[in-house]
Design a protein around this ligand. Structure first.
Ligand SMILES: [Zn+2]
Length: 365
């Protein structure tokens, strides 16, 4: 099986950004569904800047997704949501899906309402389990549960079915299903030649990389049952985008995993603010991503802050939105300071800019 690099927070091989990366970024879909004119300008990437990667298997993208001739966000207009027939005897639940777009690389927020209190409810979407958490503010006369799921970067266009099932406090089975039309996405692609040492980690660090990989896997397995945030997240630094999410990279003829986050321009020493309330579940130096903070926002949602010069939060500490968690820098496999900001549901990366979009948080959209 082909081995492919992944997110710096997994620990991985160093991959250089380049001017070519920047040019590719200009052809990127307008992630977030916003008009291209409203997107931050992406001019030059810092020359010689290195990015962190890890070898891991990943299925090839569908040709339909990678060759889509139109911007991915247009797929939202074609998205249809229907409700397949429910099994007889189920107490039906209300289901609301919130998303910036129903395309690969996007998170989906699920809001479930029940006419009576529930003992338990959970879901499944595109082959993955969906954790649902009882919301802090309860609907009048019933209950509201919320959870996250997402459309993976390598998901081909499909009509997926969101299945929700559980049991009421009175013992009645509850459930709901929703069909979701997943559109195609296109991402920029870069073809670069790099020194072999940037593709194969030195033997001396293999054991360290394995330790870091296991720790990160344990971090991303957590599903803290805390109510989902009700407010949009904050941009961790004010700087503009220098590398977009999902950029596909081919190094020395080998395909590598797409960029698992975004890079934001930030001079060394720039204050890095936590984008949302949560718990700092990792705060340490990692081989490729340097000084790294990972915040667990509950229900499988994580944000990642990499290449910091200083870490200002202790592992295990509760953090609030806007709290200083470090300073930007150029630690790890980089040659220029910037902030790599990532977001994940479990181990699957999605575009963190989606967390800045009110459509994920505002009701009735
Ligand atoms: Zn990055």
């Amino acid at each position: 099986m082909e081995l492919l690099p992944d997110c710096p927070t997994y620990g991985g091989i160093g991959i250089p950004h380049s001017a070519a990366a920047c040019n590719g970024s200009r052809r990127a879909r307008p992630a977030g569904g916003a008009p291209a004119s409203a997107r931050p300008r992406r001019d030059r990437a810092a020359a010689g800047k290195y990015h962190s990667r890890v070898l891991r298997p990943r299925p090839a993208r569908s040709s339909a997704a990678s060759k889509s001739p139109r911007p991915a966000w247009l797929a939202l207009a074609a998205c249809g949501v229907a409700t397949p027939a429910l099994a007889a005897g189920l107490l039906p639940l209300g289901v609301e899906l919130r998303a910036r777009a129903f395309v690969p690389g996007e998170p989906l927020r699920i809001e479930v309402t029940a006419p009576e209190p529930l003992a338990h409810v959970e879901g499944a979407f595109l082959g993955r389990h969906v954790s649902l958490v009882r919301a802090a503010g309860q609907a009048t006369g019933g209950e509201r549960w919320s959870g996250w799921t997402m459309i993976a970067l390598d998901q081909p266009p499909v009509v997926g079915v969101l299945e929700i099932q559980g049991r009421s406090a009175a013992g009645r089975p509850v459930g709901a299903t929703r069909a979701v039309t997943v559109g195609a996405a296109s991402f920029p692609r870069e073809t670069l030649s790099v020194a072999p040492s940037y593709v194969e980690p030195p033997p001396a660090v293999v054991a360290r990389l394995e330790r870091e990989r296991r720790k990160l896997e344990a971090v991303y397995r957590s599903r803290r049952a805390v109510p989902l945030p009700e407010h949009v997240f904050l941009r961790p630094v004010p700087g503009e985008l220098t590398s977009v999410f999902g950029t596909e990279r081919i190094y020395n003829g080998q395909r590598r995993s797409p960029h698992p986050g975004i890079d934001l321009r930030a001079a060394s020493g720039t204050a890095v603010r936590c984008s949302g309330a949560g718990r700092a579940v990792l705060a340490e130096e990692l081989y490729y991503s340097g000084n790294t903070v990972i915040v667990d926002h509950g229900a499988g949602l994580f944000t990642i802050y990499a290449h910091l010069s200083v870490i200002s939060v202790k592992e295990g500490a509760e953090v609030s939105a806007g709290q200083l968690i470090g300073s930007s820098g150029a630690t790890g496999r980089v040659t220029g300071p910037h902030l790599h900001w990532g977001a994940k549901l479990g181990e699957l990366p999605f575009d963190p800019e989606a967390l800045l979009d009110e459509r994920l948080f505002a009701a009735g959209r």
